[in-house]
Design a protein around this ligand. Structure first.
Ligand SMILES: *Cc1c(COP(=O)(O)O)cnc(C)c1O
Length: 331
């Protein structure tokens, strides 16, 4: 089976497992795990943020990041298919009392005029106040679309002027960086708080980070523990992340090329595929998923009429060519 359901499915490589086995560790709740500290410092530095916090999941990093800039009863604006709105099972409402309003963009892009029209300044006891605007780069359910850095810069400038924060869900910011060549720090400069994942295309088994100011991270460290996310000798996981940063970033370009190959086979314009995710609109989505499985390719249903295919570390060039041939027959 060639598994294109998600880039979370990667298994740690032999070299990554060796790095994990050799990691120096300590109790991270005591602040004594040197490998976790090295990872947090390195990732904060990459994005030009003051500090970072290692979390078990990207969802937890998003919850901590959003709650650091949005108080209970305030709102965050985001695109309608954002992961924070659709795929975190209401965590921001359930844990943080955060409400959301959404704009709709087929490519998950920043639509500044619409955001400006939605934006609600604090008007006292009448309307929910907008405290933050959230962007997702790359945008998962919009097919791995990259958000241009110029749009992000304009949004950040607008938000700062309006007294709101920008949150960036950068679960796949590495893919945006490799696809565009825009330095990670330039993306980092467009957001007040961020979440980034090591467990997607980078191929680590576990791990994400929240990024922000030293004060925001100090508070998030308390909330992480409160939510049950304080972890102990977790340097073995941080070591996987450090290994991934050394060895698995530039190779994302291969995943992007494989995704374009597979897109073409499914009747999707390869030029519309920015990174490693292909979303195929199909009225027969359920049948397509079943047919692909019979042909030896696992793909995911992400809506009644949408199929998602994701390339990753464990899908070789040869796998991609075989999957493309099988899917072309089906499509
Ligand atoms: C995967 C993902 C996350 C985090 O997911 P977890 O499974 O909680 O690690 C966050 N945002 C986006 C866009 C994602 O694709």
């Amino acid at each position: 089976m060639i598994d294109l359901r998600s880039d979370t499915l990667t298994r740690p490589t032999a070299a990554m497992r060796r790095a994990m086995a050799d990691a120096e560790v300590g109790d991270d709740v005591y602040g004594e795990d040197p490998t976790v500290q090295a990872l947090e410092e390195r990732v904060a530095g990459l994005f030009g943020h003051e500090a970072a916090l290692f979390t078990p999941t990207g969802s937890m990093a998003n919850v901590l990041a959003v709650r650091s800039v949005v108080a209970p009863g305030q709102e965050v604006l985001c695109e309608s298919r954002a992961h924070i709105a659709r795929a975190e099972l209401g965590a921001h409402g359930a844990y943080s009392g955060v409400t959301m309003r959404t704009w709709i963009d087929p490519r998950g892009q920043v639509d500044l005029p619409v955001i400006q029209s939605l934006f609600a300044p604090d008007m006292g006891p009448f309307f929910v106040a907008t405290a933050a605007i959230s962007v997702e780069n790359t945008h998962n359910f919009a097919g791995g679309a990259v958000l241009p850095v110029d749009d992000l810069r304009d949004l950040h400038e607008y938000a700062a002027g309006a007294g709101a924060a920008v949150h960036m869900d950068g679960a796949r910011i590495w893919n945006a960086h490799v696809a565009t060549g825009v330095p990670l720090a330039e993306y980092g400069a467009c957001a007040d708080v961020m979440a980034v994942c090591l467990s997607k295309g980078l191929g680590a088994p576990v791990g994400s980070l929240m990024l922000g100011t030293a004060d925001a991270i100090a508070e998030a460290r308390i909330w992480r523990k409160r939510m049950g996310g304080g972890m102990r000798q977790v340097g073995i996981l941080a070591a996987a992340g450090l290994h991934a940063l050394d060895h698995h970033v530039e190779r994302l370009a291969d995943d992007h090329a494989h995704a374009r190959l597979i897109a073409e086979a499914c009747g999707v314009d390869p030029a519309s595929v920015d990174t490693n995710i292909v979303v195929v609109p199909r009225s027969d989505a359920g049948d397509f998923v079943a047919g692909a499985r019979e042909a030896g390719v696992l793909v995911a249903l992400v809506g009644p009429t949408a199929v998602r295919l994701v390339t990753h570390l464990d899908v070789s060039r040869e796998d991609s060519e075989r999957a493309a041939a099988a899917l072309a027959r089906l499509a």
